[in-house]
Design a protein around this ligand. Structure first.
Ligand SMILES: [Zn+2]
Length: 131
């Protein structure tokens, strides 16, 4: 796989997972409910949850992005308002918590894509991208 092909494959898979579709076939849904990943694709059979803890990476992504978002929110609030510490906390914590809850399925989908692209690049026999 050359660099151009690899880049376009990564973008192709990224678009699919951000649309919450199977990275391999694009037909099956990734989720069966809010932030509840399917075990496998109903269309092509690609297993999304291969082992216990396979989604740990998405938790790290959510934590890292959530912390960056928290810094942004707190910095913006601090810059805009002259509030007490308690008011900052009571305002920023719900905003960051809602953001993290909304970002969790995005993070899970991204992680499915990362694992799938890794499988493609490793030429795993079960990874056969269908365009
Ligand atoms: Zn599929």
């Amino acid at each position: 796989m050359d660099a151009d092909s690899l880049g376009s494959t990564r973008l192709f898979v990224l678009r699919r997972v951000l649309a919450q579709r199977c990275p391999q076939c694009g037909a099956g849904r990734l989720f069966r409910g809010y932030a509840r990943l399917q075990d496998a694709c109903a269309s092509c059979g690609l297993v999304f949850r291969r082992e216990q803890g396979a989604q740990t990476g998405s938790m790290y992504v959510t934590a890292a992005v959530g912390e960056l978002f928290a810094v942004l929110v707190i910095g913006l609030l601090w810059w805009l308002f002259d509030w007490s510490t308690l008011r900052f906390v009571l305002t920023a914590v719900p905003i960051v918590a809602v953001f993290c809850a909304l970002f969790l399925p995005v993070s899970q989908a991204l992680w499915v894509g990362v694992e799938y692209v890794t499988d493609l690049e490793s030429r795993e026999p079960w990874a056969r991208l269908r365009r």
